[in-house]
Design a protein around this ligand. Structure first.
Ligand SMILES: CC(C)(COP(=O)(O)OP(=O)(O)OC[C@H]1O[C@@H](n2cnc3c(N)ncnc32)[C@H](O)[C@@H]1OP(=O)(O)O)[C@@H](O)C(=O)NCCC(=O)NCCS
Length: 177
């Protein structure tokens, strides 16, 4: 399915489509390229997120080649979900969307791929009636998220997020803004 929601011409040749379990091998390759060997999730953990919230997980392709992905899901409460463990369930009453992971291959950076993926998640989260979006930013990515309207929130994060990781959030008002 081609991306009909992105402004045409912003990223020539970019297509966004819902992620499927068949995409997980490509996602793991992208994840390793984006983060290196220190941060690699299991296909089982990612498959569970897809199973629970497939409408919030997207693959970005340029010329038919996978170049980025995003996993998100509904969430509630002040903290962040555990890492490296399959989610048991999602809350019935969620007040925000949680961006679990967004990454773009090094060769495709700076083109607006991440912005397009994030716009898709914002639209999903706003349509679901959430008040805002949250995520855990790795230290290097804090400036990127700040540019997208996120600010730091106080929280004790589960082990595994790493030194310098930071819970961030932003309100959702107009998903097109
Ligand atoms: C962060 C990331 C997703 C951005 O992807 P991208 O497709 O290059 O982003 P976009 O093209 O939409 O936006 C690029 C803009 O953001 C800026 N940007 C990208 N990464 C940034 C960072 N870490 N800090 C500050 N600015 C950043 C670029 O300078 C560029 O600015 P410009 O538009 O003024 O030229 C990508 O660098 C990545 O995959 N990083 C490794 C994984 C990661 O850290 N993910 C976030 C997990 S918390």
């Amino acid at each position: 399915m081609a991306d009909a929601g992105c402004a045409p011409g912003v990223v020539p040749g970019l297509a966004l489509r819902p992620l499927s379990a068949a995409d997980l091998p490509a996602v793991l390759v992208l994840q390793r390229a984006a983060y290196g060997d220190d941060y690699q999730e299991s296909a089982r953990v990612l498959a569970r997120k897809l199973e629970l919230e497939s409408e919030a997980c997207w693959l970005a392709q340029l010329g038919g080649v996978a170049v980025g992905y995003v996993f998100a899901h509904r969430w509630s409460g002040e903290g962040a979900p555990p890492l490296h463990a399959p989610l048991a369930a999602l809350p019935d009453c969620a007040d925000h969307g949680f961006v679990h992971d967004l990454a773009v291959s090094p060769a495709a950076r700076g083109l607006g791929v991440a912005a397009a993926l994030l716009a898709r998640v914002r639209a999903w989260s706003a349509a679901a009636g959430h008040r805002g979006l949250r995520l855990v930013a790795l230290a290097d990515a804090v400036p990127f998220w700040t540019r997208h309207g996120f600010s730091a929130l106080a929280a004790d994060l589960p082990a595994g997020y790493g030194h310098g990781a930071c819970l961030m959030g932003r309100a959702l008002r107009d998903p097109q803004a």
